[in-house]
Write a protein that binds this ligand. Structure first.
Ligand code: PGA
Length: 231
């Protein structure tokens, strides 16, 4: 009977996710496909603005994002936290300091995501709310490239903590302990309310929620929050 049920779960799963989901969705898909090897998957990884356009064009089955558009009727399932943290090179002067006043980062060259990025939107609103402005030295449309720029000494940035998931805790980066951070956010799996999910999409959504609630799951372990300053 199980084989029969699994036999029904073939066909195509179309997923579109914001950039930070690249750090765990492929791994979850890998496990999912062990149970459903006949499912064919298309995965699109892009920023919030483009996800919203794809929603309007009805291009995918499920969308994974952190800022839910308010102008499209959607079914919304939160599944995992996705905090934004201040990331600097490990040898940064502020590394290892506790409770750094937010004004301290006003003097730091900042590396910012591109227009259309939800990370960027959130940071801009947050800085505005706290009455600070940062000197943007560089705009890059890619989290990994921003990490490379941080490593290259070009400045600091605010990114999802998940972008450090694959880094060693004694690696090139540190999270600065700046007051009012982390900015708390979550990921949501969403789909248009007007749409009925396919069996495959429903099965994957259930699997995603179940997997992310499993606290023992090593896919979601963050590195230590703040690493000590390198001497
Ligand atoms: P973005 O979204 O790629 O649009 O910045 C990433 C996130 O919200 O984690």
């Amino acid at each position: 009977a199980v084989a029969e049920l699994q036999g029904m779960k073939r066909g195509k799963l179309r997923l579109a996710t914001v950039t930070t989901a690249q750090y765990f969705i492929p791994k979850i898909l890998g496990r999912f496909c062990e149970s459903y090897p006949d499912v064919e998957i298309a995965l699109e990884i892009t920023n919030h603005q483009e996800i919203e356009e794809r929603m309007l064009d009805n291009e995918d089955d499920l969308y994974i994002l952190s800022d839910v558009p308010t102008d499209i009727p959607l079914e919304v399932e939160p599944f995992l936290e996705n905090p934004l943290v201040v990331i600097a090179r490990r040898d940064h002067l502020l590394a290892g300091q506790k409770n750094i006043p937010i004004e301290a980062i006003e003097n730091e060259p900042f590396i910012m995501r591109e227009p259309g990025s939800g990370t960027r939107e959130t940071i801009q609103q947050f800085f505005h709310q706290h009455g600070i402005s940062v000197p943007v030295r560089l705009e890059i449309g890619n989290n990994e490239a921003i990490k490379q720029a941080i490593a290259g000494g070009l400045g600091i940035s605010v990114l999802s903590r998940h972008v450090l998931n694959l880094e060693r805790s004694d690696g090139e980066f540190t999270i600065l302990d700046v007051r009012h951070f982390p900015i708390r956010r979550q990921w949501y799996a969403t789909y248009p309310s007007s749409k009925k999910l396919s069996v495959i999409a429903r099965t994957f959504l259930d699997y995603l929620i179940e997997t992310s609630q499993d606290r023992e799951n090593h896919l979601f372990h963050f590195p230590p929050r703040v690493t000590p300053r390198a001497s």
